[in-house]
Design a protein around this ligand. Sequence first.
Ligand code: MCN
Length: 789
Amino acid sequence: MGAPEQGVIGASVRRKEDYRFLTGSGQFTDDVNPPNHTHAVFLRSPHAHAKIRKIDTAKAKGMPGVVGIFTGADLEGVNGLPCGWLITGTDGKPMNEPPHPVLAQGKVRYVGDQVAIVIADTPNQAKDAAEAIEVDYEVLPAVVNCVDALKPGAPQIHDGAPGNKCYTWALGDKAAVDAAFAKAAHVSKLDIVNNRLIPNAIEPRAAVASFSRSDDSYTLYVSNQNPHVERLLMTAFVLGLPEHKVRVIAPDVGGGFGSKIYLYGEETAMVWASKRVNRPIKWAAERSESFLSDAHGRDHVTHVELALDKDAKFLAMRVHTTAAMGAYLSTFASCIPTILYATLLAGQYTTPVIYAEVTASFTNTAPVDAYRGAGRPEATYVVERIVHQAGVDLGIPQNEIRRRNFIRTFPYQTPVALVYDTGDYDQTLDEAMKMADVKAFPARQAEAAKRGKLRGIGYAAYIEACGIAPSAVAGALGARAGLFEAGEVRVHPTGSVTVFTGSHSHGQGHETTFAQVVASKLGIPFENVDIVHGDTGRVLFGMGTYGSRSLAVGGTAIVKALDKIIAKGKKIAAHLLEAAESDIEFKDGKFSVAGTDKSKTFGEIALTAYVPHNYPHDKLEPGLNEMAFYDPANFTFPAGTHICEVEIDPDTGVVGIVNFSACDDFGNIINPMIVEGQVHGGLTQGIGQALLENCVYDKDTGQLLTGSYMDYAMPRADDVPSFKVGTKVTPCTHNPLGAKGCGEAGAIGAPAALMNAVHDALSSAGVKYIDMPASPHRVWSAIQSAKRA
Ligand code: MCN
């Protein structure tokens, strides 16, 4: 089979959107400049935990250019920000959901908490005025570690969350797990920390809010991944505004990685204030502000135990995790360490029983929520680190211990709620091993040893659940919103097409891949299809982009709308071709009468649809515009094996990645080039977590110590190798595209593969355990302590 034709499914079409990005003509939120707009600056708390005794804004209000200053007291009566997922604890009670005020009320709970919004003619005037606000704080003791926060005597952060506990939640059959452990031939154990990360999208959060007196409406431009959800939460739950009076536009967005899913206080305060000052308000976070106030990711402390029989078959797994929620419950915070984590603990394995218990605690830190992978990197890290450890404990090769336990029959019901529809874990493992040239590893290791270097190889056979949905399952698990997607296909009279999708592209290339889907299905040129997204004023509805759901859920909604277009086209064609509707076939852009050479092109049918007197319009509405909502039957389950090879210099502790091979199964692929780019990006983020990135708060003062790029190390090009990536395909069984998600896989597999490689390399130096990130200092210190021991 030759390469697919340009513009259709399977072709590596260059991204449509890149022309505007490469030529600087993208329209990001900060490029929006309504006439007469003002600038907002947020006064933020310098303390991790303090009572606000008094705020004096009098002097600041008199400063040059100041248009308005508002504090939590002005927003009295406005609701707090909602949490979108209700977790019910093991005690049968709903999680503790203390108020999350738009601007601090009575207390501040982390360094960076918003205390006031200052609006002025220029950003510098707003900054000067913010500095002139006098806040009288009574500083309180703070707690920043999620385990410490639960200890007796820890500072109490919210009245509504005794002992700082949000919930203790469990999944699985505890008694069956205990019984399986009792008869195990071997038990492997690990204590694991999953380090806190700061997202760092290239474009910081930004918003422009305006109010229009003429029709009592608001427009909000915001750097966001799901504008309809943003609008719904802001209007219905917080500000009490009629939804149809608020238009939310998320224009070009320079990356989100999860951090722009949420409804934040900043843009909510701006929409509220835009009516009070009756001028548009603009805010763009500075980088240091983003470090403090964007929702962070991960931050788990876990104890895991794996029970095995004498043949190294997994009998049971027991997991206890403490997860940080930060100072307030962010939009989806509660479901990340539960629904998106514990349900993935079966991994690719037949472990018959699993019990996971998760306690979520409040801390005096920025809120924690979904960050690329969200729960699934944490689960993969737990599973793949303990499997690695079991292989080491029992002296079984890493590929072998995995193979002995792979799931091979599908659909497969795991003991932690999910039903995997399809997969072939042997083939991704085989291929990854070939790509990594595992056979020759011992020779490479021996050669490195001659040079005084420690070489190691590590595996991660990950699985993830993405395409987040279906609504019924999510609803039963506590979701307070549906997880479907909407798509609308507008066929213009000339046969060109505009598609309106509820998904939001902020780097993933939907304008290209979705156009490929439409062009393929309708048999029309790729250039004739435009994709519109990110505007509640143009797109009917949408749940947005996260959880690698856009192709599987958003793409399928478009396919469903296309099916309706084709069905209507057949009716029109039947009339024009004087044939029965059931005899009309649609293929390669043509409607034809089966078994004849009579046909009409897609363009002819489109034009006819808009000239109703040419067909029996008493039976058919004019026009060719269809929409569909699609609620999938299941998650999709991308899976694969990542193999990492490292070389460590024991004198400096520097870990170098000499080889990284990833073989993934994303089902059918629309655009291989875009998918490869997604994998590269994800792997780099996963490697960032494992080697470099670490968010650290001072444990006494709660100050963010890693508040800039001087202290928070992002991965750079020379930190990552030239990746070897490959794919194998088992099509998803329940969406018409047969596609699974690919946007997070790299970040899910990479940390475990890399850290397993680091542990393999360090084993010869006597090091048993090291946490992420495997920084030179940590690695060197671990080698020194092992020497001393
Ligand atoms: N695709 C494909 N074939 C497949 C699967 C996907 O061609 N079998 C294509 C899709 O059509 C889409 C892209 O690959 O163009 C990613 O698709 P998908 O896996 O559906 O993921 P989403 O589009 O829903 O993107 C979300 C995902 C997540 S959850 C995070 S976090 C993330 C990521 O995407 N954030 C990103 N990738 C990112 N990339 C950039 N540049 N910036 C971010 O913020």
